[in-house]
Design a protein around this ligand. Structure first.
Ligand code: ADP
Length: 191
């Protein structure tokens, strides 16, 4: 098994690239954002509680996403590995993920970080708001808050992973196909 984190600020293209990469490398794509939106769509109590947090651009509690990921890891068989998208988002989530994987004889093999200019991020999120129907994309104040939360709570994971020698920056500017080719080239070294 080989496990990757795909990492980057909101609007960096993690979701778009993850779907394509998971298919190419036979990986299971696990997106906590998608899982949370599915909870909201099913109208569960958990979904209702999380929806309030997400609509402000804040992070949901670590325990909630850690539990969701644990359930998925244990119920998935027959793939080459996992591609984690939008998880972990805090250092505490990273430590929990490492433990979960280590307990099962696995590890985080590589962290791929998409580097995208701030202006380009804002441009992509505004464009996505038109199509996605995601309420957290529509309000510019919420978008700004998500970028701030990324900087304060999520970006510290980069240093944590750099110290472990698994950090790999990737240029996230340009066409979807160009970025895909850059990511695939890095991942090929591990699969
Ligand atoms: P984006 O990459 O555009 O920010 P996501 O779909 O990954 O979008 O996440 C949407 C929202 O879901 C986040 O702003 C946050 O509220 C919540 N969320 C998703 N994943 C996590 C996580 N691992 N920890 C905490 N909150 C999360």
């Amino acid at each position: 098994m080989v496990n990757f984190l795909i990492f980057g600020p909101p609007g960096s293209g993690k979701g778009t690239q993850s779907v394509k990469l998971a298919e190419k490398f036979r990986l299971v794509h696990l997106s906590t954002g998608d899982m949370l939106r599915a909870e909201i769509a099913s109208g569960t109590d958990l979904g209702k509680r999380m929806s309030t947090i997400m609509s402000k651009g804040e992070l949901v509690p670590d325990e909630v996403v850690i539990e969701m990921i644990a359930v998925k890891i244990d119920s998935t068989k027959g793939f080459a590995g996992f591609l984690f998208d939008g998880f972990p988002r805090t250092v505490a989530q990273t430590v929990a993920l490492e433990k979960m994987l280590n307990d099962r004889g696995m590890k985080i093999d590589r962290m791929l970080v998409l580097d995208v200019d701030h202006d380009e991020l804002v441009k992509r999120l505004i464009a996505r708001a038109e199509q996605s129907g995601r309420p957290d994309d529509k309000d510019p104040a919420v978008v700004d808050n998500r970028i701030d939360v990324y900087k304060s709570k999520t970006e510290p994971i980069i240093n944590y992973c750099r110290e472990k020698g698994i950090y790999q920056p990737v240029n996230g500017m340009g066409s979807i196909d160009d970025i895909f080719a850059r990511l695939a080239e890095q991942m090929k070294k591990f699969v």
